[in-house]
Design a protein around this ligand. Structure first.
Ligand code: SF4
Length: 437
């Protein structure tokens, strides 16, 4: 009997779609697509490049068999030959992501360093920029991307970098003012990265922050005594009877006179306000203080007073500081260790002596070349970086600094350099130095 097709009915598919096979000829069954549907990861987590989906006459997907290319092998071949013409940057970017996630997973099982007060491993803080109507995030701003370091009790870590490089976000993520997207934060050998606000509450006395702007960080309707007493009472550091004498002692330590107790913040200058902020941070006996550009809003003469006060308090109370600043002279004066950040990543980390005596990363070299030298006999060679800092929402492929680097090579445009330890405690991420063992 003759059959008739109903108008508009979907035609029956003819033949099976050709399966996607891996290098060994086995069908690839578990795939993850990227946002554009071009890159997929197989079940091993390795990226595979798939050509645009072709469809047969009936609209059925028709994949072509694509040979599985080992991204590690492709990278080695390109590095050996120096020819990146056929090199696939997107596959490489996906592969680097896989490697980073693997490293974070491997490191997550390691015990924290017993000597470190603060140990940060593979810290990530991403903010969603674009979402689909169903709420799926399609674009992230990677403010902090895979940052790791250790800090011992009583030390000061200076964090430097241009505005927008993620210094402040990193400091706030350590304090859990933001919930980190990934990574571990060991404070006193306890991983607090996954803690909620209730779990963080007892730790708030141990970790404090001094904000950049002393004008907006003090409540205008409270007296100095009220501002400093509140955290002491909330965290039960002193009883109601003793709180006044306790606060007066802290004020004296911070160079504030006792009759300031009844005064309001608007009656003080910027330097005195910052002393009140420091006293507020110290009133709960913290171990770690994040100083977020604490002197950048002050005059140079006042800056020196505040820096000296912070140093004096550190010696007296054994405090540990993370000192965020874009002023290299200030960082040099106060720090024991220095971390240099660029576009959300740590590009160089080491002791103050190592970083200042021989900076290895071209970005650090450029930053330090801008520090004025008071000795007229020393010839300054200024390295001027051209161009603006790229957007962390769309960072350049390969080395994030390659668009501005005066030493940029072809490899830098395609492959991100490894963050490696070249001298004891001196870490750098740059292709100018050996990448393989
Ligand atoms: S990896 Fe290349 S582009 Fe990046 S800092 Fe080093 S030399 Fe410059």
């Amino acid at each position: 009997m003759k059959s008739f097709k109903r108008a508009g009915a979907k035609p029956e598919p003819k033949g099976d779609p050709i399966p996607l096979l891996d290098a060994d000829g086995n069908p690839v069954t578990e795939l993850k697509r990227d946002k554009k549907g071009r890159l997929v990861l197989d079940k091993e987590g390795m990226p595979i490049k798939v050509p645009a989906v072709k469809r047969d006459f009936y609209g059925n997907p028709l994949y072509e068999n694509v040979p599985y290319t080992d991204p590690e092998e492709a990278r080695k071949t390109a590095l050996r030959s120096g020819d990146f013409a056929e090199f696939d940057d997107e596959t490489e970017a996906a592969y680097e992501q896989v490697l980073r996630e693997r490293a974070a997973e491997e490191d997550s099982s390691l015990a924290p360093d017993p000597d470190a007060l603060l140990e940060v491993r593979h810290l990530k803080m991403y903010f969603p920029l674009k979402k689909t109507i169903s709420g799926k995030v399609t674009l992230w701003l990677r403010a902090v991307d895979d940052v790791s370091f250790k800090l011992h009790a009583g030390e000061t870590l200076g964090i430097v970098g241009e505005s927008g490089c993620g210094k402040t976000t990193m400091g706030r993520s350590i304090l859990k003012l933001y919930q980190p997207t990934g990574g571990q934060i060991f404070f006193d050998q306890t991983d607090i990265a996954g803690y909620n606000s209730k779990q963080m509450r007892p730790l708030r006395t141990k970790m404090q922050i001094i904000f950049q702007d002393p004008y907006s960080s003090l409540p205008p309707r409270s007296t100095v005594g009220g501002i400093l007493s509140e955290p002491v009472l909330v965290h039960k550091i002193a009883s109601k009877q003793d709180v006044r004498s306790y606060v007066l002692k802290i004020m004296e330590q911070c160079g504030l006179r006792d009759y300031y107790y009844e005064r309001y913040p608007h009656e003080f200058s910027g330097g005195q306000r910052q002393r009140i902020c420091i006293a507020r941070a110290l009133s709960v006996n913290p171990k770690l203080v994040i100083c977020d550009e604490p002197v950048s809003a002050l005059d140079v003469s006042i800056q020196a007073q505040i820096i000296n006060l912070l140093k004096h308090l550190q010696e007296q109370l054994g405090l540990t500081y993370v000192f965020i600043s874009h002023d290299l002279s200030v960082v040099k004066h106060i720090s024991d260790k220095i971390g240099v950040m660029y576009l959300g990543s740590m590009v160089e980390f080491g002791s103050k002596k190592d970083i200042f005596s021989h900076p290895m990363h071209p970005y650090t070299q450029a930053l330090f070349s801008a520090v004025p030298n008071p000795n007229p006999d020393v010839k300054m060679e200024r390295i001027v970086l051209s161009g603006d800092i790229p957007s962390p929402a769309n960072p350049p492929k390969g080395c994030k600094f390659h668009t501005r680097c005066p030493k940029c090579m072809e490899v830098c445009k395609h492959i991100a350099p490894q963050y490696r330890e070249y001298e004891k405690g001196h870490f750098v991420a740059c292709h100018c130095y050996p990448q393989e063992d």
